[in-house]
Design a protein around this ligand. Structure first.
Ligand code: NAI
Length: 464
């Protein structure tokens, strides 16, 4: 039997593509080498970290109940139960994907897939080796943590996003190399659980992909809560000791400092899983491990598509993988396709305060020659933020002066990763600053801050 579509990899990109292919009535199979479906995002990424972050948010309320007028003597964090809750959430949703596969008549094939070219896939599993044939293949094999040369994660002292999720207890001290989304999210979790956290970032600021003012604001609040931040720093000579890790840090001012942590998280980016999938048997073009695709996610090999973290030129985010999967399947099924628009991809970083962003940063907009106008509104002027006791941060709108085009929106503050959806929708619908100024925002809500930031593009905010 020849499948219409075989998807390799069951992360958010892969399983969503398989569901959509099933919905279109295509004969579809999903191949996964791991025991459970869900990929990095569900099993060891987005979902378990957000479970821990939620617990950190709740724990924070318990640590400072007086602020709410509540007496709560001697609250305890039962970390084993925290992990158990996280694991149950992962299991529930992994089973949910099993259900979705059955519902959409997708065959799930377990094993390691290797492309053979011309629509043939070698599938190796405990049961042996077989060949699967497909008219179309969607490669969605994801990525894994990049390591600093010479280091190996070991579940004891040197950790990646995987091992850190299952530490049996909260470490007394945690060093983090890299201040991208992975680094800052774990800093935010374990600082609030009580670890002494130090971040070493090579570039001059935290979350370097974000607008500069967002980085500054995050740094301010991280420092206030006791996180040590060394940006522009280099970590060398990393040594494992009995029960700890040491390293030599060269700080931004050139000074060298010996540092020692109970655990060290390495969060310096991710490399695409394209080494062992047989790309050499195809015509697909690869650039430093990333696969080149067109607007329909087609590679140079006829009938081979690639989506998600393996793709060159789009950010490694779960929702990007899903959107790319939708484009690939629509193209296969002959349906209308909207290729990914890079300037409308939301970023969502789950720190405290949280970050949500879309479109150009102020510096990028200026560099591209726009006549930039900026509207900012601080959550300090938002009554719902006061009620939530979450006053930090702001909304920043980047607009083009000529026609009021919205170029970017950057939010740091309460629920920023949820709030950003309004900006994404506005940009997708090509709303202007004027449209957003006359959009009615319910009161009292934190998203009123977005309306006020748009008002403030012309200095017209009401509440500051
Ligand atoms: P990243 O590429 O976002 O950040 C890595 C950071 O490490 C960079 O700031 C880089 O300058 C720094 N770095 C690299 N080498 C270094 C060194 N030797 N010493 C010190 N610093 C060094 O990678 P990250 O955080 O590992 O995340 C991987 C991917 O997963 C990203 O694309 C990220 O967007 C995504 N992700 C998204 C999340 C979200 O949207 N909430 C959560 C977690 C990951």
């Amino acid at each position: 039997m020849t499948y219409d579509v075989v998807v390799i990899g069951s992360g958010p990109g892969g399983y969503s593509a398989a569901v959509r292919a099933g919905q279109y009535g295509l004969k579809t199979a999903l191949i996964e080498k791991q025991q459970r479906l869900g990929g990095t995002c569900l099993l060891v990424g987005c979902i378990p970290t957000k479970s821990l972050l939620h617990t950190a948010d709740v724990w924070e309320y318990f640590k400072n109940p007086e602020a709410e007028g509540i007496q709560c003597r001697d609250p305890q964090l039962d970390y084993a139960k925290v992990l158990d809750r996280k694991n149950k959430i992962v299991t529930k949703h992994s089973k949910g994907i099993d259900f979705l596969m059955r519902k959409n008549k997708v065959d799930v094939l377990k094993g390691h897939a290797r492309l053979q070219g011309n629509g043939r896939i070698e599938l190796k599993s405990d049961k042996g080796t077989e060949t699967v044939e497909a008219k179309n293949i969607i490669l969605a094999t994801g990525s894994e943590a990049r390591m600093i040369p010479g280091l190996q994660p070991d579940a004891k002292q040197i950790l990646t996003n995987i091992e850190i999720l299952d530490m049996p207890a909260v470490p007394k001290s945690l060093g983090i190399i890299g201040a991208g989304a992975v680094g800052v999210e774990f800093a935010s979790i374990f600082n609030r659980f009580g670890s002494k956290v130090t971040i070493l970032e090579m570039l001059p600021r935290l979350v370097p992909v974000e607008d500069e003012e967002i980085s500054k604001e995050l740094e301010k609040h991280f420092k206030k809560t006791g996180i040590r931040i060394e940006a522009g720093a280099k970590a060398e000579n990393i040594r494992k000791n009995e029960g700890s890790v040491s390293l030599t840090a060269t700080l931004a001012n050139g000074n060298k400092e010996e540092m020692e942590f109970e655990k060290l998280l390495v969060a310096v980016g991710r490399k695409p899983n394209t080494d062992s999938v047989g790309l050499e048997n195809t015509k697909a073009e690869v650039d430093r491990g990333f696969i080149k695709v067109d607007g329909y996610q087609r590679t140079a090999e006829p009938g081979l598509y690639a989506i998600g973290d393996v793709v060159a030129g789009t950010p490694q985010l779960a929702h990007v993988a899903t959107a790319e999967g939708m484009a690939a399947v629509a193209h296969i099924a002959g349906k209308p396709v909207r290729p990914i628009n890079r300037s409308r991809i939301p970023g969502a970083t789950y720190t405290d305060p949280g970050i949500g962003s879309v479109g150009l940063s102020e510096a990028q907009a200026r560099a591209q020659g726009f006549q930039v106008k900026v509207g900012k509104f601080p959550f300090a002027g938002n009554s719902k933020a006061t009620i939530l006791n979450k006053h930090e941060g702001f909304v920043k709108v980047i607009a083009d002066e000529r026609f009021g085009e919205i170029l970017g929106v950057h939010i740091i503050g309460p629920e920023a990763y949820e709030l950003i959806s309004e900006a994404v929708t506005a940009m997708e619908a090509e709303a202007t600053v004027e449209t957003m100024m006359s959009t009615i925002h319910a009161h009292p809500t934190i998203y009123e801050a977005i309306g006020e930031a748009f008002n403030n593009v012309d200095g017209m905010a009401i509440n500051i």
